[in-house]
Design a protein around this ligand. Sequence first.
Ligand code: B3K
Ligand code: ZN
Length: 881
Amino acid sequence: MKDAQPGAIYLKDYQEPDYWIDKTDLSFDLVENETRVTARLQFRLNQDRHNSQLPPLVLHGNADMKLDLVKVDGVELTPEQYTLTSETLTLPISSDRFETEIVSVLAPQDNTSMEGLYKSGGMYCTQCEAEGFRRITWYLDRPDVMSLFTTRITADKAKYPVLLSNGNCIEQGETEDGRHWKVWEDPFKKPAYLFALVAGNLVSVEDTFTTQSGRDVTLQIFTESHNITKCDHAMRSLKQSMRWDEEVYGREYDLDIFMIVAVDDFNMGAMENKGLNIFNSSCVLARADTATDATFQRIEAIVAHEYFHNWSGNRVTCRDWFQLSLKEGFTVFRDSEFSADMNSRTVKRIEDVNHLRSAQFAEDAGPMAHPVRPSSFIEISNFYTLTVYEKGAEIVRMIHNLVGKDGFRKGSDLYFERHDGQAVTCEDFVRAMEDANGVDLSQFMRWYTQAGTPVLDVADSYDADNKRYVLEITQSCPTTPGQEEKEPFHIPLGIGLLSPAGVNLPVGDKGETTTVLEVREASQQFVFENMAERPLPSLLRGFSAPVRLNYDYSREDLLFLMRHDEDGFNRWDSCQRLATDTILDLVRDIQAANPLSLDSRLIEAWRELLEDETADKAMVAEMLSLPSEQWLSEQMAVIDVYAIHEAREFVRGELAKSLSEPLQSLYRGLAVEKPYKPEAEDIAERQLKNICLGYLTELDTPAMLVLAETQFNNATNMTDQMAALSCVVNGAHQSALEKADALLSAFHDQWKGDANVMDMWLSVQVSGARMGSLERVKKLMEHPVFDYRNPNKLRSLIGAFCMRNLKRFHDLSGEGYAFLADNIIRLDKQNPQIAARMLTPLTRWRRYDEQRVGLMKGELERIQANELSKDVFEVVSKSLA
Ligand code: B3K
Ligand code: ZN
């Protein structure tokens, strides 16, 4: 794209379409190398935009399709009568209602972008969000054009016995030459991005769900036959999600059939196509021996997420793609509440916040920073971001906290009732919340329009004579690309106050021990009367807003909060701060070449956690986990990759040495054989046990290696097997490297037939610094299990190395950067979406030391010198701007 640089599209330019499409009638003739798609569309002039004059019809398309035939109202057009470009087809129009018939010819087997219609293994499947439908036929491919779809699929019966599309199957039959066909009809209007088609040799598990109004819904999960034993957990999760949405939101499923299909080649996790969700196999298939607890939980969350979209996304959809968070932020909030209800609420909150703070905060601080509702984009695929999803969900959570649980339900009821069948905006969502609750959220709307992570600086003072305690809060927000000045946000700040004896004091109007302060000004004071003694504040309880909070806690304060704060999230957060402060001190020592010694307060805090037999195991596991290198990096003005790594490793080693006894005794107490259940309590026990094993293998003693090896050999579930493998690989000191290789090879031999397990095998050996050398990555790219076309393999190998193995990726030789750049250039020709996504680590170049800045920037410039997709062009050019 060096000559004609792609331009941006702006929210302010939004206009309704010239025409609506009332009916979409598709017919697919699936033939290897040449698939024909006939689209018959019924158009109607949009009278709100035009009344007498009839503008030409401009349809979206793509250069990879061949145009075979165009008819308007039954009359075939000659090439002189229409205009075809690589992105559009323009037809002359002479009536306010008309029908088109367009035949496009596709080559799905050559479609490596995984957008539109493509082949994954032996099956055909589709991915249309955001703009993939225009790779199937010329269409008004925008979410505000909602149409009724019928889909006829014809294919070879032996190779493709299963033919699926949205809605209900209304007709089927066989034709000559061993072909067969099915017709599917979707009774709900939908935008084209929710269209789906699958054809393959698949088997299914089937179940039923009876809705609250008594309708029976058939549930089916389709996979290739060798995976049929891995569908039970997804099916259970689906039924739980369906029940939960009825109970919590009053939302019932609306078709007679709900289908999920697992495919191996998929750009993301899953897709909420109406009645026919398509899933990345890694996000749906699980069996105790093949999937870890984390995978089980991810599947539960993603199945729920896609199911919940049926209302938040499909029945009520987005007017335009700038509104993406309308459906994604809301649906992430819904799935995260679902997971909280199914498991431990506090632990779920900790996991979500951890992810948000280490990855979304980094996005907010980088060159791609954008508001939750962006005001412009070059390629919409680049905006399926942590900001739109996770920060978007935090916005919805803040509204939930501001209007309360019942108020939120009133607001969501009003939203669904008012906008069912419509394509709407973020304002419509917020207005429903305002109208149902009689509140004014106009200042709150800035969360949607201003990018960047707000910073709250908190100071306090105590006046002993008047027994008055004052919190003084100042808010600010760093500048982000295109936004120099920011207006103050409306921030709900959950707080509590603790007495010196550790009592959580009453602070609310009704004597509650937690209250929410509404911060609206750039600088604001909150006064608490009748405070007998100076309290210690517990701030941002439950992480009530997505902000960075600064308050000058001493280490003693943090230890005190870890013990006494009634807010579970803040107990964990105090523990994280304690560890973060300790590690960052060591980073400074490393930089100053001082001898290192670990603050004994951290050791004692960890000892207390290990020895507390009554504590919640899931909480202890979270608290014992040191902050990630990503999070630590975020705390430094200039990221010192090596020092962070060394300091964190030093702390792990010292903790292991000082606490080897309690770690061993806790480990042994938890290492009891029991049947695998993916339930909260058991998951917590395994997690805690494996965290202990992780510390113990830091000790580099033969006995500890034996402990891990024994667990590896005896494990009856993947969680324990993978954890043991990871401990050996990542704990592998020089003496144990051979052992690590032996276990990796045993694991490979055991699981080489299972693609999803092999993804984990690839990433475990490259995401830690000890074994994960660049040479290993390159060698694994030649291994038979690796497949350059498969996004899961790319993420598990190249992605894991570049995003998680910070020390090796940022090697001062610059080889990691050059490796990534080479692959971006190669991958961009094959799959631009994945290429743009994998580029993320290089976009953060400004955060490093001078030498790395030069190296990383040089690689970005090298990428920029190529002919690029819009996807990669946007990320590279914004990063260098
Ligand atoms: N809506 C899809 C994401 C589509 C991504 C397109 N590049 C999955 C989800 O968020 O549920
Ligand atoms: Zn979603």
